[in-house]
Design a protein around this ligand. Structure first.
Ligand code: MG
Length: 203
């Protein structure tokens, strides 16, 4: 399986990192070795001194597809969860300054913690899902899919022009504003509408 991540998909987040608001989806990938499951602890890597949290809604692909029309895109995913797109912000800044790809800042081992998934039918209107990251019990990021620049269906349609989507692939759909550093000892908890989806500690 592969992990596809969408960058700059919430205007307020694009602005907080001084990025332009994109006119088409920005995507990059993480390898399967980036996944961190089952609430396992995340060990702070020695490659960075500025590790940032990015809470994101994650959709799980359930059907093989290429060149998927936007109007049929909803048939290609049936479950939704939450994940963290851990980012070595210092390395990313270096890469951006040099015009290089971001992979070393984004695709390192365990950089994609993932929690439980539930049927999208249980969430009601997918264009208004509120989600939240708490660190040590304090609210740090709150997002709502009503603020997405590109909807889940638009993302699937766009990405599948370039990359065949396969069963089990995950799409991290972008982070809202409020990204920031995590420290060793932090406890991260991710919620959709108050329901705990992901819970782990940084060690
Ligand atoms: Mg992200």
């Amino acid at each position: 399986m592969k992990i596809i991540c969408i960058g700059r998909n919430y205007a307020e987040h694009a602005k907080e990192l001084n990025n332009a608001i994109p006119t088409e989806p920005v995507f990059f990938m993480k390898p399967d070795t980036a996944l961190l499951k089952d609430g396992e602890p995340f060990y702070y890597p020695d490659i960075t001194k500025d590790l940032h949290h990015e809470i994101e809604i994650v959709i799980k692909i359930n059907k093989v597809g290429k060149h998927i029309d936007e109007q049929f895109a909803h048939k290609y995913y049936d479950e939704i969860g939450l994940g963290i797109d851990f980012t070595a912000r210092d390395l990313q800044a270096e890469c951006k300054a040099k015009g290089l790809p971001w992979e070393k800042a984004k695709a390192f081992d365990n950089s994609a913690p993932i929690g439980k998934f539930i049927s999208k039918d249980k969430l009601g209107d997918l264009s208004e899902i509120e989600f939240e990251l708490k660190i040590n019990g304090q609210s740090r990021q709150v997002g709502n899919t009503k603020d997405l620049l590109f909807s889940f269906d638009q993302i699937i349609s766009y990405v599948s022009k370039f990359v065949t989507l396969k069963v089990g692939d995950l799409i991290y759909t972008g982070t809202p504003s409020g990204v920031g550093a995590v420290e060793i000892g932090d406890k991260l908890q991710c919620y959709i509408k108050g329901d705990l989806f992901l819970d782990f500690e940084v060690k």
